[in-house]
Ligand binder design. Structure first.
Ligand code: SAM
Length: 451
């Protein structure tokens, strides 16, 4: 077989990462956007000794679990790599993916750990409360959207299926205004031009923050566009410009300049109102976050009167929910604005038993332990790269018996599980939570106890 060949392939299963897997003359072929049960015509795009990758050319017989078989590509599905699978099946596949990575990477015996059914969403669409889209120019017009797979070519969709309706509405309007103002679009290669990204954050109260990310200086044209947008739409409560003058893939830049309205927007979780500024981490699917936190809290063997560390705390959402019952919480977070938002929120909600610590968890948590601070339990919620290894090693020197671990990346969760198990912690339960319906991403919560 050669690159460019067309083959007929039956998809057998979905592997971690979301691609379908089928076998052609014993060679494993991975196919994005495919569904188990599909019989496909596939074009081979790369070949290695033990496996190959292919793209769907046509669907010969669609899987029973496939919705809208006339839509084939990533772009047809708005950049959502699971949107072609019926929702109940997405949840099943996600559980299987978690089991697969836990046994392969985490070396977990699946007979000994309770892995719950994936907690699904009531509404798998329009759930995203934060959107960041790159700008591009197509046929003379300013557009925004998503990068095509493995490319920096932008494609535009009219009504994105995952984004909140309010952010869709705002993005459509700002593009009209930017086109009227005839502004230039940033070009990565030349490092020239102005408009880089548009970010919109929305809340369950139907309010929005708009951040225009650009290179250069704010001039009257930019101000004019943003003022018109703000004046026309009373749901927009806060407007920023973020200046990003670097050659980088990061959207937000080095300076976030507050231009109009409030400096933050508010979201409510468990009766607490949280302040969110442009750089603060905040969970992107609020309904599912409630389920995620509920599950995480249920994994503590009681919270009352405990001293708990919320490591990688963001704006302190979990700390604040725990603070209702716990004796004391240490909330450790690296981004200063998130720590500040947390401090402000706790003041406004009269919460007095959280100590906010700004800094890296790998330094600050280790300091707490080395200073002999009494800690009953830790909840970790790190970014995709997982928990810093020195923290896990430090835990082996403590008597902390309970660890709850929230992860948006099951493969680093599995890697850390193996380390935790090697220092005496036992993984008892895992719950996959579908924070990102219609994509292959999956969040997990794990409960570890020291024997
Ligand atoms: C997945 S978020 C969790 C936030 C919070 N628990 C929540 O649910 O909103 C991870 C957080 O870790 C922070 N972070 C990343 N690396 C860190 C580090 N080395 N030390 C401390 N915080 C870090 C990020 O800024 C982000 O706020």
């Amino acid at each position: 077989m050669k690159k460019g060949n067309l083959i007929k392939l039956k998809i057998e299963k979905i592997i971690f990462g979301g691609e379908g897997l089928g076998y052609h003359e014993d060679l494993a072929i991975f196919v994005p956007m495919s569904v188990p049960g599909d019989i496909l015509e596939v074009e081979i795009i790369s070949l290695k000794k033990s496996y190959g990758r292919g793209l769907i050319k046509s669907i010969i017989t669609p899987s029973e679990d496939r919705i809208s078989p006339e839509k084939i590509s990533f772009e047809d599905h708005h950049g959502c790599d699971f949107a072609m699978i019926n929702y109940e099946k997405q949840l099943e596949y996600k559980k299987t993916m978690v089991e697969d990575v836990l046994s392969r990477v985490g070396k977990i015996n699946l007979e000994e750990v309770k892995i719950a059914k994936t907690l699904g969403a009531e509404n798998p669409y329009n759930y995203r409360n934060k959107v960041v889209e790159p700008f591009a120019r197509k046929k003379g017009k300013i557009i925004s959207g998503f990068f095509k797979r493995r490319s920096h070519d932008v494609f535009e969709v009219e009504e994105n299926i995952l984004q909140s309706k309010l952010s869709n509405e705002i993005i459509v309007r700002i593009k009209e205004l930017l086109n009227e103002a005839k502004l230039s679009v940033y070009n990565e290669k030349a490092h020239k031009g102005i408009l880089r990204h548009i970010m919109v954050r929305t809340t369950s109260f139907g309010e929005a923050m708009v951040v225009l990310i650009m290179k250069g200086k704010i001039d009257d044209k930019i101000k004019g566009v943003l003022e018109t947008l703000y004046e026309e739409n009373s749901k927009i409560k806060s407007v920023y410009v973020s200046i990003n003058s670097k050659r980088t893939n990061f959207a937000l830049g080095e300076k976030n300049i507050h231009l109009l309205g409030d400096t933050f927007i508010q979201e409510e979780l468990n009766g607490i109102k949280f302040n969110i500024s442009p750089t603060s981490f905040f969970q992107i699917n609020i309904d599912q976050t409630k389920k995620l936190y509920e599950t995480a809290l249920s994994y503590f063997d009681g919270i009352k009167d405990k001293v708990i560390v919320d490591a990688y705390s963001g704006t302190g959402t979990i700390a604040m929910i725990l603070s209702k019952e716990a004796k004391e919480i240490y909330a450790i977070e690296m981004i200063q604005s998130a720590t500040r938002d947390g401090q402000r929120t706790s003041k406004e909600n009269n919460i007095e038993n959280i100590k906010f610590i700004n800094g890296k968890a790998e330094e600050k948590l280790v300091e707490l332990i080395e200073n002999g601070t009494h800690i009953d339990s830790i909840i970790f919620d790190p970014p995709r790269k997982g928990i810093a290894e020195n923290i896990l090693q430090k835990l082996s020197e403590t008597t902390i018996s309970e660890v709850v671990y929230i992860s948006c990346n099951p493969s680093t969760f599995a890697r850390d599980t193996q380390i935790l198990e090697s220092i005496g912690y036992k993984l008892r339960e895992v719950s996959p939570v579908d924070m990102f319906p219609n994509t292959s991403h999956i969040e997990v919560v794990g409960k570890f106890v020291k024997l």
